[in-house]
Design a protein around this ligand. Structure first.
Ligand code: SF4
Length: 323
């Protein structure tokens, strides 16, 4: 493959136009993700596709970017280079991909980061650490923040979007890990992602979900609405109930595409219709306010006409809430 072809980089700076204006670096120790979520945008990114092809694998079967020892040495060099202050794990994968939790690679990477010059490591996961990993995080509570990504409607019986959870550990196991991280002193946030308006904000999903979070004393929430993309419009229909899928499409503005990162056509996405977003934000924010949760909404600024006098000022995410 030509050296000019775009590939996943072990360390890449955040970009302008994304959260926090790029004041962090992403770490991508491997390419692909065993969680293989049907809505994952990483699968359609050119860099990911090229690197998967080069490593001779597919998205659901992640492979480290380098042989293990080389990988660990490269991470150690980068983390101590003085060039990186904050690491975000990760943009295109999950540091708690079950295979790498089981074989200790996730632990070795986090141990290097914990002992490095990097000031902060932001973990966002749909997986869970094992006991040894939790003990490591607990030894460095100031170094890590912990974000557990979960969906309220996964509590419904039946779950209306079962393919979204298919490869994930049970919700309670993930929340238990988050509660232990918080107990150990880590800044811990429940990230409702992807949040689907009129499904995740239904009272019969949202209220039991908030009950459950309260039972774990997890009272910080951030939520991000599901974005669709041209690739997802092709790949998701076989994985979602047809009636629900056509109702869901009705709520999206499929004619006004939004390119998230300038010059990168593989980041085109479609947002929900503005009135759908307004109604949903109101329901979720009021449910969280009624229970005294701390919360922010990701991409709030892209929703027009929200009467911010009705909500707490800090609901406008400045990128530091979960960091
Ligand atoms: S856990 Fe994250 S990176 Fe992995 S497939 Fe799901 S959305 Fe993608």
């Amino acid at each position: 493959m030509s050296p000019n072809v775009e590939r996943v980089q072990l360390v890449a700076p955040g970009s302008l136009g994304t959260c926090w204006y790029g004041k962090y670096h992403y770490l991508e120790p491997w390419v692909g993700c065993e969680h293989n979520c049907p809505y994952c945008y990483a699968r359609s990114r050119m860099a990911v596709r090229n690197s998967l092809a080069e490593l001779g694998t597919n998205f659901a079967n992640p492979q480290p970017l380098l042989p293990r020892q080389e990988l660990l040495e490269a991470i150690e060099r980068q983390a101590n280079s003085g060039q990186v202050s904050i690491f975000k794990l990760s943009r295109y994968t999950d540091i708690f991909s079950p295979r790498f939790v089981a074989d200790g690679l996730s632990y070795e990477i986090l141990e290097i980061l914990a002992k490095s010059r990097v000031s902060r490591v932001i973990i966002t996961t749909k997986g869970a650490p094992d006991r040894q990993l939790l003990e490591l995080l607990a030894r460095y509570p100031q170094k890590f923040s912990y974000n557990a990504a979960c969906r309220p409607s996964s509590l419904l019986d039946p779950d209306p979007l079962p393919s979204f959870e298919k490869n994930l550990l049970p919700l309670r196991q993930r929340l238990e890990a988050a509660a232990q991280a918080q107990e150990a002193g880590l800044l811990t946030t429940i990230h409702c992602d992807p949040f689907v308006a009129q499904i995740d904000d239904q009272p019969q999903a949202l209220q039991p979900f908030l009950d459950l979070l309260e039972s774990y004393k997890l009272k910080r929430v951030m939520w991000s609405y599901l974005l669709l993309s041209p690739t997802l419009l092709e790949s998701m229909p076989p994985l979602v109930d047809p009636k629900l899928w056509s109702e869901l499409l009705e709520r999206y503005d499929l004619h006004s595409e939004r390119q998230v990162l300038p010059g990168q056509e593989d980041t085109i996405s479609f947002a929900q219709k503005n009135d759908v977003a307004l109604e949903s934000v109101d329901k979720v924010a009021k449910a969280l306010m009624a229970r005294n949760f701390q919360f922010v909404l990701c991409s709030l600024k892209s929703i027009r006409g929200l009467n911010l006098r009705e909500y707490p000022r800090q609901m406008l995410c400045n990128g530091t809430f979960y960091a």
